[in-house]
Write a protein that binds this ligand. Structure first.
Ligand code: ADP
Length: 730
C-alpha cells in the first residue's frame, strides 16, 4: 500500500527548563490552521482549549521536558469546524545536542494520519479491529519510545524492551524481511505497510500491520536517524484469512468429492468441483463446469433413489442417496451422495447446493463379503454340534448356539460374565473345580454336569481378553467318548479274564503230563481236556476277532443283497444234521419265496448262532427247537422265529443279554464265550434288521430276527388265507 501523505504541520517549541517556560519561536503556516500559536507560556492550555486531549498534552509536556523523541497518534477537531475529528500523528524530535542544556528546542510535527483511527476509538486504545499503538526506533532499529499499550500487545514490560532491537520481538522467520524492508526504505521513504508476526511473551503469535515513518531529524549523512511506527493488531483478521486459506486447502485435500451447483439457474450447473471429485469421476472442473450433475448417471436413469433426492432438493432439504454413477471411463461406481442447500443469509434465497460425493463401491463390496462371511459364520455356529458361547467387549454373552442350550438348558443370551459362570457352576456338583478359574489359565476342562441330564462336557476357552478371561467358549459333550473308553477298558479286562481260564487249564494239564507219568487212559483224559480248552480259547479268539471286525466297519458299510430265506433256512437246518442222530429241529416256511435285504453269509451266521443256542440251552431236556418264517410286525418286514423249550431266562437276564461276555451260568457245563448274541445283534442291525427275545425261566425262549423285505422280493401272502406250512426237516 502506498501511503498518502498530506502536508505535515510543524512548529519549534523551546523549553526553558529552570523557569518551565515555553516559547514557539517558529510555526509553519499549516500549523496555525490546526492549532493556535499562543502567547508565551500558554502553549499547552491554548492547545487543550483548541481540542488537544488533556492526556495528550500531559504526555507532550513530559516528552518535551525529557528532551526525547516520541510519536503517537492523536485526534484534533477538523479545521473546517464541522465537528469532525481528524487523525494526526504527533511527533516530537529534540534538536540534536541540546537535550542536556537548560534551554532546549524540540520540533513538534503533526502529520495528518493516512490510516485514520476508527471513529470513537482513542489512539492507543483497542479499536474495533484490535489494538493500535505507536513506537519509535532509533537508527539501529532499537526501541526508543513505546506506548504503554506495547505491554498489552506483547506481554512485555515497556521498560524491559526499550533499547532492545525490534527484531527481538519479531518471529525469527520475519526478522530478515523486516530489516531488508527498512534498509530499502532508507533509499525510498515510501515504506509499504508491513505485516509482522510479533512474539507475545506467552509464545503466541500476534499479527500486526505496521506503518513506518522516518524520524524527522536526519543524520548529517542523510540517513534517517530512526523510525516511528504505527502498529495495528490484525491478529483476528489474519486468523480469519488463514482460516479461509485452510478451508480452501481442506477442500483440496478432502477425501470426499465436493461438487457445488448454482441453484439460481434453472439447469443448476456445476460451478465447482474439488480435486477428489476429479479423482473419483475422472472429470476435471473445466470438463464439468456449467453442466448439470445428472450426466454422472449416464444412461442409467431409472434409479429408485433419484425421485426422493429430487423432491428433497426442491424442498430445499438436506438429502442422502445411494446412486449408480459412471466414471469418465464408463466404469460404474456407487456414489453415496449427501446434498446440502446453501441459502443467502440476507435474502433467504437458495443460491447453491453442495454435494459430497463418496465412492462407496469398495465399501459395498467389502460389506457384501463381510455379510456373506457373517451369514456363513452364523450357519456354522448354528449347525455346530458343539455348544458355543461368545462374550462381547462389555463382558456379556452375545452369541449362544442351539447346541449349548440343548446341552445345558441355560438361556445365556445377555448374561454378564459373573452371572453366566455362576449359573454354569450350579450345574456341577458342589465342590467341583472352579470352572472360570480353570479356563482363565488356558486349560481345557472336563466337567461333569448333573442337570438337566448327567453328562460329561469338555469346555475349552479361547480368545483370552486383557484380563486373561476367555471370550469364546466351546462345550463338547464327551459323555459317549468317556463311556466308550470305560467300556473298552472293561472289555479288555473281561477278554483277558475269559482267556485266562482255558489258558490256565492248558498250561496246568500239559505241565502235569510233562512232569509226571500217567497211565494211558489218564493221559487221554488229560489230552481231551487240553483239546477242549484250546477249542474254547480258539472259539473265544474267533468271536473276538469277529466282533472287532464288525465293530470296525462303519454303519451302512456292509454290502447288502436280496437273500431268499427259504433255501437259507434249509441250509441252516442242514448244518446241524449229524449222521445217525435224530434232528431236534423243525421248520415252518411261507408258501412263496421270501426275499430280504441281507448278506447271505452273515445272516446264516446269525441264524446258526441262535439255533445253536436254542439247542444248547435246551439239550438237557432233548425237546424240539422250532424255526418259523412269518410276516413281520409291519408290511415291510419278515421274521424268523427260533423257539426252544429249554432253560429260559429271567427278566433281569434279558436286560443284559446282549452285553459282551455275558453268560447266565459262566461256570456251568455248557460251553460258550458270551459273545455270540452280541455278534448276532451287531450283524443283524448292520443288515437293517433287529433281534427280539422273549423268554421265561424254565419254560424256554423265542428269539425273533426281523429282516427288511427287499423290493425285488415276492409279495407277502395273506397269512389268513395262506397259513405257514410245517416242513419236515430234510
Ligand atoms: P454263549 O457262547 O455263552 O452261548 P451267547 O452270547 O450266545 O454266548 O449267549 C449268552 C448267554 O445267553 C448264554 O451264555 C446263555 O446264558 C444265554 N442264552 C442264549 N441263548 C439262550 C437260550 N436259547 N436259552 C437260554 N439261555 C440262552
Amino acid at each position: 500500500m502506498t501511503a498518502h501523505r498530506p502536508t505535515p504541520a510543524s512548529c519549534v517549541v523551546q523549553l526553558d527548563a529552570p523557569s518551565a517556560h515555553y516559547e514557539m519561536p517558529q510555526a509553519c503556516a499549516t500549523w496555525r490552521r490546526v492549532l493556535p500559536v499562543p502567547p508565551q507560556g500558554e502553549l499547552l492550555s491554548a492547545w487543550c482549549a483548541a481540542g488537544l486531549p488533556p492526556l495528550c498534552a500531559t504526555r507532550l509536556l513530559h516528552v518535551l521536558r525529557q528532551g526525547r523523541a516520541a510519536v503517537w497518534p492523536i485526534e484534533l477537531p477538523s479545521p473546517q469546524a464541522d465537528g469532525r475529528l481528524e487523525g494526526y500523528l504527533l511527533s516530537v524530535s529534540p534538536l540534536a545536542g541540546e537535550a542536556d542544556s537548560p534551554q532546549h528546542c524540540s520540533i513538534v510535527t503533526l502529520v495528518p494520519n493516512h490510516t485514520p483511527w476508527p471513529t470513537g476509538g482513542q489512539p492507543g486504545q483497542p479499536a474495533a479491529n484490535g489494538l493500535r499503538l505507536s513506537l519509535a526506533l532509533d537508527g539501529e532499529l532499537r526501541l526508543s519510545l513505546l506506548d504503554p499499550q506495547w505491554t498489552q500487545l506483547t506481554g512485555h514490560a515497556t521498560e524491559a524492551c526499550l533499547g532492545r532491537p525490534l527484531t527481538d520481538f519479531v518471529h525469527p522467520q520475519a526478522q530478515a524481511g523486516l530489516t531488508r524492508h527498512l534498509g530499502q526504505a532508507e533509499q525510498h521513504p515510501e515504506v509499504p505497510r508491513q505485516r509482522l508476526p510479533l512474539l507475545h511473551q506467552s509464545g503466541n503469535l500476534v499479527w500486526v500491520e505496521v506503518d513506518f515513518e522516518q524520524q524527522i531529524a536526519p543524520t548529517p549523512d542523510g540517513r534517517a536517524n530512526g523510525w516511528w511506527a504505527l502498529l495495528e493488531d490484525v491478529s483476528d483478521n489474519v486468523r480469519t484469512w488463514h482460516l479461509d486459506q485452510v478451508r480452501e486447502q481442506a477442500l483440496d485435500q478432502s477425501n470426499c468429492g465436493v461438487v457445488v451447483t448454482d441453484a439460481t439457474l434453472t439447469h443448476q450447473p456445476i460451478v465447482y468441483v474439488n480435486p477428489r471429485f476429479t479423482e473419483i469421476t475422472g472429470y476435471t472442473l473445466d470438463e464439468v463446469r456449467g453442466r448439470p450433475c445428472n450426466f454422472l448417471q449416464g444412461e442409467d436413469r431409472q434409479q429408485d433413489s433419484i425421485a426422493p433426492l429430487r423432491e428433497a432438493i426442491q424442498r430445499g432439504d438436506r438429502a442422502t442417496a445411494l446412486l449408480r454413477n459412471y466414471r469418465k471411463s464408463g466404469e460404474l461406481f456407487w456414489n453415496e451422495l449427501h446434498i446440502a442447500p446453501i441459502v443467502d443469509e440476507r435474502s433467504g434465497i437458495l443460491t447453491h447446493h453442495v454435494g459430497i460425493v463418496n465412492d462407496v463401491t469398495e465399501t459395498r463390496h467389502l460389506l457384501a463379503q463381510v455379510s456373506k462371511q457373517a451369514e456363513q459364520l452364523q450357519s456354522l455356529h448354528h449347525d455346530n454340534p458343539n455348544g458355543l458361547i461368545a462374550f462381547d467387549e462389555a463382558g456379556q454373552v452375545h452369541l449362544v448356539n442351539e447346541a449349548f442350550v440343548g446341552l445345558t438348558g441355560l438361556k445365556a443370551q445377555g448374561l454378564g460374565r459373573a452371572a453366566f459362570w455362576s449359573a454354569l457352576q450350579a450345574m456341577a456338583d458342589p465342590g467341583h473345580e472352579d470352572l472360570q478359574q480353570g479356563l482363565s489359565q488356558g486349560q481345557t476342562l472336563q466337567w461333569q454336569i448333573k442337570r438337566p441330564k448327567e453328562r460329561v462336557v469338555e469346555v475349552r476357552g479361547s480368545q483370552l481378553n486383557a484380563a486373561g478371561a476367555p471370550d469364546l467358549l466351546v462345550f463338547r459333550d464327551v459323555s459317549a467318548e468317556v463311556q466308550l473308553y470305560r467300556m473298552q477298558r472293561q472289555f479288555l479286562a473281561t477278554a483277558a479274564h475269559e482267556m485266562r481260564a482255558p489258558m490256565g487249564s492248558i498250561r496246568g494239564f500239559s505241565e502235569l503230563m510233562l512232569t509226571r507219568q500217567f497211565p494211558p487212559e489218564v493221559q487221554r483224559d488229560l489230552l481231551e481236556r487240553i483239546h477242549r480248552q484250546s477249542g474254547r480259547l480258539s472259539d473265544l479268539l474267533n468271536d473276538l476277532l469277529n466282533l472287532a471286525r464288525i465293530e470296525s466297519q462303519a454303519p451302512g458299510s456292509l454290502p447288502l443283497e436280496p437273500v431268499e430265506l427259504q433255501p437259507l433256512l434249509h441250509e441252516v437246518v442242514r448244518s446241524f444234521e449229524r449222521p445217525g442222530a435224530d434232528s431236534r429241529l423243525s421248520l415252518s416256511l411261507a408258501p412263496a419265496a421270501v426275499w430280504v435285504q441281507a448278506q447271505r453269509a452273515k445272516l446264516e451266521q446269525v441264524l446258526v448262532n441262535l439255533v445253536s443256542n436254542a439247542l444248547k440251552y435246551s439239550s438237557a431236556r432233548g425237546l424240539p427247537v422250532h424255526i418259523g418264517l412269518q410276516p413281520g410286525h409291519d408290511p415291510q418286514h419278515w421274521s424268523v422265529n427260533i423257539s426252544d423249550q429249554g432253560v429260559g431266562m429271567s427278566a433281569q437276564t434279558l436286560e443284559r443279554l446282549f452285553t459282551k461276555f455275558f453268560r447266565v451260568d459262566p461256570n456251568g457245563d455248557i460251553e460258550g464265550t458270551g459273545l455270540g448274541l452280541c455278534i448276532a445283534k451287531e450283524l443283524t442291525e448292520r443288515m437293517g434288521g433287529s433281534i427280539q427275545v422273549s423268554s421265561q425261566l424254565g419254560q424256554g425262549s423265542v428269539f425273533t430276527v426281523n429282516l427288511l423285505q427287499t423290493p425285488s422280493g415276492t409279495a407277502r401272502p395273506d397269512t389268513a388265507t395262506a397259513p405257514a406250512r410245517e416242513a419236515p426237516c430234510p
